[in-house]
Write a protein that binds this ligand. Structure first.
Ligand SMILES: [Zn+2]
Length: 127
């Protein structure tokens, strides 16, 4: 039966991907939420070069806490560290989201498979 084979191979692929995710996913102890953003600011000093150029670079970490947006200034010397920690946080979040989506799909496939088996067993009994 074609549908059965497709569902089986999809389920196997999902289970393989789930094993990979579970092996790779580690809670990032220093993970950070949100994103690192760069803005340009004019300092207000009349003689500063920024009055004509694009302004001084200023980095910030933008993230949500309890549904509210927070913006935290990030000093230049911390930018690389914060960037790495944000990437770790994002990688964990997207891995976790993928894992949950796989589990939801597997739930659907397994339920369908159970129904199919039940229907087949009933047919056998009718004979
Ligand atoms: Zn300036």
């Amino acid at each position: 039966m074609v549908t059965r084979t497709n569902a089986d191979s999809e389920r196997r692929e999902l289970q393989t991907r789930r094993r990979q995710l579970l092996a790779a996913l580690k809670l990032p102890p220093e993970g950070l939420p949100g994103s690192l953003t760069l803005s340009r600011r004019r300092c207000g000093t009349r003689t500063c070069h920024c009055q004509e150029g694009e302004g001084h670079p200023s980095w910030a970490l933008t993230y949500m806490v309890d549904g509210r947006k927070r913006v935290e200034h990030v000093p230049h010397e911390d930018v690389e560290d914060v960037r790495r920690r944000v990437e770790e946080g994002n990688a964990f979040k997207s891995g976790l989201a993928e894992l949950m989506a796989i589990n939801a799909r597997l739930m659907v496939l397994e339920r369908r498979e159970r129904k199919l088996r039940l229907a087949r067993a009933r047919k056998q009994e009718e004979r």
